[in-house]
Design a protein around this ligand. Structure first.
Ligand SMILES: Nc1ncnc2c1ncn2[C@@H]1O[C@H](COP(=O)(O)OP(=O)(O)O)[C@@H](O)[C@H]1O
Length: 280
């Protein structure tokens, strides 16, 4: 853990990003084989390459985007890439809508294609490092990622399932500014040794109130299906990274005010420090 958070160097690793992007493209077309493997870059010489895992509604997007701002690396959420594709008039959008609205996973090929395109755009802008949110979600995706680059740290965010459901049902997005809010006021009594969890709603400012929308896959039936699929397909990804010693388990103690400082502490980061001086 200590070594993993001592990586905040501003040196460019755009060639590394380009390599990942090209390798992911190859993987989308064929089963990627890495007999010799790509050249690995010492983590000290590049920005962080982190992954956020966790069930639907746990808050991966919230905490990954806060950390990306703090560390100066892009937050890349494959769910956002899917939604962008859905709202475009691209040929894939109808096919994707059917899958997403059933709470199912998009194929590994499609998701890797979307991700490699996103990395290519980032590479052109000179981005380096990343916090991935929502990828990898299957062991095959994790293996492909493992073949093309080194992941430094995998943060596994956790909340009890009844809290996750309430959070998903309360989630709202401003259709104009794109920010996420939550209208649910959560007070769940811990059972079977679990802790009590309280979360205040995260209400929108007045200019967003009339523009709030709910994700089409945030209905009770679809959320339950997404949770079932997470347990079936994505929990093995936790095991994959646990076996590599890269998994940091983090039980969220409540909403953002309680959880954010504790997460920074677990990551050995200080919000007030310059990112270059953050130490592990
Ligand atoms: N890595 C992935 N592999 C397959 N499908 C994905 C992946 N990432 C996102 N999706 C698709 O996009 C949908 C929304 O993803 P996301 O916003 O990450 O949702 P969640 O709130 O369930 O974590 C998923 O239900 C799935 O259909």
């Amino acid at each position: 853990m200590a070594a993993m958070t001592r990586l905040f160097r501003s040196s460019s690793s755009s060639s590394a990003l380009c390599f990942i992007q090209r390798s992911l493209s190859t993987a989308a077309a064929t089963e990627f084989k890495s007999q010799s493997g790509p050249p690995r870059i010492d983590p000290k010489d590049r920005n962080v390459q982190w992954v956020f895992l966790g069930c639907p509604g746990v808050g991966k997007g919230t905490y990954a985007s806060r950390l990306s701002a703090l560390l100066g690396v892009p937050h890349i959420a494959t769910g956002d890439l899917v939604r962008e594709e859905l709202s475009s008039s691209g040929s894939m959008s109808k096919q994707l809508a059917d899958i997403v609205n059933q709470g199912k996973l998009v194929s590994d090929e499609i998701i890797i294609n979307l991700l490699s395109k996103r990395l290519e755009v980032g590479e052109e802008k000179g981005e380096s490092g990343f916090i991935l949110d929502g990828f990898p979600r299957t062991v095959r995706q994790a293996e492909i990622l493992n073949d093309v680059t080194d992941i430094d740290l995998v943060v596994n965010l956790k909340l009890p399932e009844n809290v996750l459901l309430e959070k998903c049902l309360g989630r709202r997005i401003c259709s104009q500014c794109g920010k996420n809010f939550n209208v649910a006021s959560i007070n769940v009594k811990g059972e079977n040794g679990n802790r009590d969890i309280s979360m205040a709603p995260l209400l929108p400012p007045s200019q967003c109130v009339s523009k709030l929308i709910t994700r089409s896959d945030d209905t009770e039936t679809i959320v339950k299906e997404r949770l079932r699929i997470y347990n079936e397909k994505s929990q093995p990804v936790e095991d994959f990274y646990r076996a590599q010693g890269k998994l940091l388990e983090f039980d969220l103690p409540g909403g953002i005010p309680e959880s954010w400082p504790k997460l920074l502490e677990a990551l050995n980061l200080d919000e007030n420090e310059d990112k270059l001086s953050a130490t592990a």
